[in-house]
Design a protein around this ligand. Structure first.
Ligand code: BGC
Ligand code: BGC
Length: 442
């Protein structure tokens, strides 16, 4: 991969927020100290998780959080993005954990940045219809108020939802993630109800006095497989589904290309007003671009994901690129393209951007490939800033190796290695590299 590795990373503006991310279900463990979530049910079903594992213990962060906060402090990050487990908050004493974690972070000088939903819906709500039901959005707003009431004296920066696109697509359309529904296009209400939940959450946070709120949406450039009309059409449709369907209601207050007519509810314009409740910044999780062509009549496999032939697009290989252990292509300059593309598409409607996730899966403690990935993406990010895109922060996915959903423990995204037998944490070469980079930034 072409990088200027070796040269220092260019300087980012003063006040730029550096952090790392995790999520509750992927690291906490202590499953006995919370209600069950859809992921507990899903992982208990044979064949759902590739290595047959569950997150009942995971990294045992619930018990080992002081050690993990010490690792954050040693890294020198300004902020830590974690998620608050709704099933834990519903359980006696559950909020106390986030109280302790918040105190520990504040004492270490690391800013807590909680995400209020990262895919672990309480089973009780799933049984009542989950995200297919409008009421779940209202219930989410109640959950947000409870958390904000408790942590709002110390937490000032908030994230409503993580990747409603992936949760719709993987969890409800393709059945590759919990709750394992395979509804294909009948999953669209899940998108609308999560977006509504986001807007209601922004209102609930404002009511609790918050003034620094964003969402973490996953985005990536869509590259047509060729200039043929059928490929252009398929790629355009994929771009609507993965990017525009989730960005435009939030940023513009509208659904793209008549998608609004497919959404459930009596008054979509009124819902869009809620969804477009202004945010203070817009979070982007970026991993890779996707090359998309017309359907080719066969089932295909992409980055661990089975794509059925009946989809109106097919995902094609991006040739000539290194791939991560997950099979995702490494294309740093596509991050610049993504950000300048957002700026060009949404102009002055685009809020300041924070990269809320970026990272890669590789084995090994001497993870030079991860260093090259992060190095390349930070340079690409800097290029976007130089091109005038207002980016305010960058979070690496992830602080430590963790439960990678349907892949189980087989994919290692961490700057810190976790031995799942002893639960010992060992900083990798990339941890030291990122720490030194932060020191150079001053
Ligand atoms: C992941 C996304 C990623 C995409 C492209 C998906 O399976 O969930 O986060 O951006 O693949 O590599
Ligand atoms: C998710 C994370 C996940 C990461 C790598 C994102 O899609 O928010 O939970 O671990 O990508 O796949």
């Amino acid at each position: 991969m072409a990088t200027d590795a070796g040269d220092p990373i260019p300087r980012f503006p003063d006040g730029f927020l550096w952090g790392v991310s995790t999520s509750a279900h992927q690291i906490e463990g202590a499953a006995d100290a919370r209600e069950r979530s859809v992921w507990d049910v899903f992982t208990a079903e044979p064949g759902r998780v590739k290595d047959g594992s569950t997150a009942a213990v995971a990294c045992d962060h619930y018990h080992r959080y002081p050690e993990d906060v010490a690792l954050l402090a040693g890294l020198g990050v300004g902020a830590y993005r974690f998620s608050v487990s709704w099933p834990r908050v519903n359980s006696p004493g559950g909020l106390d954990f986030y109280d302790r974690l918040t105190d520990e972070l504040c004492a270490a000088g690391v800013r807590p940045v909680p995400t209020l939903f990262h895919w672990d819906l309480p089973v009780s709500l799933e049984e009542a219809g989950g995200w297919l039901t409008r009421d779940t959005a209202a219930r989410f707003a109640d959950h947000v108020s409870v958390v904000a009431e408790r942590l709002g004296d110390r937490v000032t920066k908030w994230i409503t939802l993580n990747e409603p696109a992936e949760h719709t697509l993987l969890g409800h359309a393709l059945g590759a993630h919990a709750p394992g529904r395979r509804l294909l296009f009948d999953a669209l209400p899940v998108a609308h109800h999560q977006l509504l939940a986001h807007g209601l959450a922004v209102r609930a946070l404002r009511a609790a006095g918050a003034d620094d709120i964003g969402i973490a949406n996953s985005h990536g450039p869509t590259w047509p497989a060729s200039g043929e009309p059928a490929d252009l059409e398929a790629a355009g449709f994929y771009d609507v589904l993965l990017n525009r369907l989730f960005a435009e209601p939030v940023i513009l207050g509208e659904y793209p290309d008549g998608m609004g007519e497919l959404m459930p509810g009596d008054d979509i314009p009124a819902d869009l007003e809620v969804i477009a409740e202004p945010v203070d910044w817009y979070g982007i999780n970026y991993y890779a671009p996707t090359r998309v062509g017309a359907p080719d009549g066969t089932d295909s496999e992409y980055g661990g994901l089975a794509l059925p032939a009946e989809l109106p697009f097919s995902v094609r290989e991006i040739e000539g690129r290194a791939t991560t252990d997950f099979g995702w292509p490494v294309v740093p300059e596509a991050l610049t393209e993504l950000l300048t593309g957002f700026r060009d598409r949404y102009g002055d409607k685009l809020p300041p951007i924070v990269i809320t996730e970026n990272g890669c899966s590789y084995e090994g403690l001497d993870d030079q490939d991860r260093i090259a990935y992060l190095d390349g993406h930070l340079r690409a990010l800097h290029t976007a800033l130089e091109a005038g895109v207002d980016v305010r922060g960058y979070f690496v996915w992830s602080l430590m190796d963790n439960f990678e959903w349907a892949e189980g423990y087989a994919r290692r995204f961490g700057l810190v290695h976790v031995d799942y037998t002893t639960l010992e944490r060992t900083p990798k070469a990339s941890y030291h590299w990122f720490r030194d980079m932060l020191r150079n930034q001053g």
